[in-house]
Design a protein around this ligand. Structure first.
Ligand SMILES: Cc1cc2nc3c(=O)[nH]c(=O)nc-3n(C[C@H](O)[C@H](O)[C@H](O)COP(=O)(O)O)c2cc1C
Length: 332
């Protein structure tokens, strides 16, 4: 058995393999940011294709925290039933489903006011309003309410989106957080309070993942060692999903597996399991990352958009036997 197709257990989360569908905004929500039959087909196809886990795209905890009007939201009770149907269907294929809870902060393109830790615009975008303490508390509460709904929908894990220059990352980064109050003096405080609030509603036996930008590609921004220091100050996190960039408009020189060293650093120094990826399209490369102990899970984004059945092909490429969906056995 190859590592990519070995089981992974984290609290009561049980993955049949280590292939994770990366969270990817599809900007296709119905009015009121609701989940549609299109999303259902999109995600369930990857489940049939054999992924061990799906991370649902960035889903906003408040309407003004959406990146666009087409983002999914989780501030509506109506959404619970729609998500529950997807989760139940994915479970029939032994795929675990998580949801990425997000707030875009200054990178929101929605109509109306936008908010950030400090009134600094992302290049080419509107200037956000500086969040008041009341505004901060209200967003933290909204993360908690979304976590409660996630539990009601039966999600297997939650991923808090603290990467790519969105709101939580804006608090974490010295480039975007110029506050002089406690949220500026302790840049991890906002994330800490979000985790504490989520944990009030999200059972302790269930896994909580956090996605981080481990490298901000600016000498004055966060680097992997800074993220390690921040993570050591926090508790309640079970796994780190390692990404990078997005705080500034710097064009990253990316190539297959370019983010793997960040995962290696976080796994070793923060002593937490990691999911890693970025331009990985090859089963053998994924297998090598796992074999070298640089990550526990591998996420695939665009490869799964091109090829929803990637895991079935990956098993063949690695010469490993896996269970196909019974409806498709004749195509094996
Ligand atoms: C269409 C698209 C939408 C994305 N949306 C999100 C998102 O909602 N949340 C997130 O954390 N990353 C998002 N990403 C980044 C991916 O999760 C992933 O980290 C990135 O695409 C690198 O992996 P890949 O090279 O395997 O695609 C998105 C990427 C793409 C291509």
């Amino acid at each position: 058995m190859k590592l990519l197709f070995s089981e992974f257990k984290l609290k009561n989360l049980h993955l049949k393999n280590r292939i994770v569908m990366a969270p990817m905004c599809m900007y296709s929500a119905a009015e009121d940011s609701l989940f549609t039959p299109w999303h259902y087909v999109h995600y369930l196809t990857r489940s049939l294709g054999g992924v061990g886990a799906i991370i649902l795209e960035a889903t906003a905890v408040v309407a003004e925290g959406r990146i666009t009007e087409g983002d999914l939201g989780f501030y509506q009770d109506e959404q619970i039933e729609r998500f529950r149907n997807l989760v139940a269907a994915a479970h029939e294929n032994q795929t675990a489903v998580g949801i990425q809870l997000a707030h875009a902060g200054r990178k929101s393109r929605t109509k109306g006011k936008i908010f950030a830790p400090s009134p600094l615009p992302y290049p080419g975008m509107n200037t956000p309003e500086k969040l008041t303490l009341e505004g901060i508390k209200a967003i933290i509460k909204a993360f908690g309410r979304a976590a409660k709904r996630a539990e009601q929908a039966g999600f297997d894990f939650i991923e808090i989106h603290a990467a790519h220059g969105y709101l939580i990352n804006q608090f974490l980064s010295p480039l975007t957080n110029k506050r002089t109050d406690e949220y500026g003096r302790e840049r991890s405080l906002f994330l800490k309070e979000v985790i504490e609030e989520v944990r009030k509603y999200w059972p302790k036996e269930k896994a909580l993942w956090v996605r981080v930008s481990a490298e901000e590609y600016d000498p004055l921004g966060n680097h992997p060692q800074d993220i390690v220091r921040i993570l050591k100050e926090l508790s309640g996190i079970d796994l780190i999903d390692v990404s990078s960039g997005g705080v500034t408009d710097f064009k990253v020189n990316s190539y297959p597996a370019y983010q793997i060293p960040y995962s290696e650093t976080i796994k070793k120094l923060a002593n937490l399991p990691t999911a890693a990826g970025g331009l990985i399209t090859d089963a053998k490369q994924a297998e090598t990352v796992l074999k070298e102990g640089k990550a526990d899970l591998i996420y695939f984004g665009r490869e799964l958009l091109r090829n929803p059945y990637f895991p079935l092909h990956a098993a063949k490429a690695l010469g490993t036997e896996i269970i196909w969906p019974k409806q498709y056995i004749r195509a094996k």
